[in-house]
Unconditional design. Structure first.
Length: 227
């Protein structure tokens, strides 16, 4: 696939962040377990917390606190975010192939943006730890606008900042809200199967246009020879 569904060339690739470009689950899980220790709850294993890492603090905390979460939401979120901010990039790494993928896209003059639901203060704290991402000038966070994904508005906003029509963009993400947002924005959607997808999810029902099992598979979709 070298062009979009409207037969125009792909000019930009928009990426989700957590579970798509960066494997942030280890640091999110460490923050969760710091809260568990504080409240004398059993630690949550990586096998359990990794698949829900895309759901942010709420999804993570509900693993440990279940029905109690709603009554303690404010204090638990405060404790979680405090712990996470202190160690936001201790174990976080780009997925294998991501840096090579970004370099190839730059070489091919395909623009790149990030559209994440991560709060801007955390996004801006995290990204400087990865200088390879400095060339990505358009970053839309979960609170950049008044709405976040699955609304298509953040994707429209990113495309506008790039100066590219939505129909000429791909959106790559690992969650149902990513695919929903991309479809509603009229973009070609690509599901990152290597990201945070749980056994309860049914990604085949999300109706992504394409699925990739690793970041570099995106180059095949774009008909880019990287041999």
């Amino acid at each position: 696939m070298a062009s979009s569904d409207k037969n125009s060339p792909v000019k930009a690739v928009l990426f989700d962040l957590d579970g798509t470009l960066l494997d942030t689950a280890p640091d999110l899980g460490a923050a969760l377990n710091a809260v568990c220790e504080q409240y004398e709850r059993p630690a949550v294993t990586a096998e359990v917390f990794t698949p829900v890492a895309s759901h942010g603090s709420r999804g993570m905390l509900q693993l440990a606190f279940a029905n109690e979460y709603s009554d303690m939401e404010a204090e638990l979120r405060h404790a979680f975010l405090s712990a996470y901010k202190e160690n936001i990039a201790t174990h976080t790494q780009p997925y294998p192939g991501v840096l090579e993928l970004l370099a190839v896209l730059q070489r091919e003059s395909i623009q790149v943006a990030i559209v994440t639901n991560k709060p801007e203060r955390l996004t801006q704290q995290l990204l400087p730890h990865f200088p390879e991402f400095e060339a990505i000038r358009v970053v839309v966070s979960g609170d950049t606008l008044s709405v976040a994904k699955p609304s298509p508005e953040p994707l429209f906003y990113a495309a506008e900042k790039l100066g590219i029509e939505p129909a000429d963009c791909l959106y790559v993400g690992d969650a149902e809200r990513d695919i929903e947002a991309g479809r509603n924005a009229g973009m070609v959607t690509v599901l990152a199967e290597y990201g945070y997808i749980s056994n309860e999810d049914q990604p085949q029902r999300w109706q992504a246009d394409y699925h990739i099992a690793s970041p570099l598979e995106l180059l095949k979709l774009l008909a880019i020879d990287n041999s």
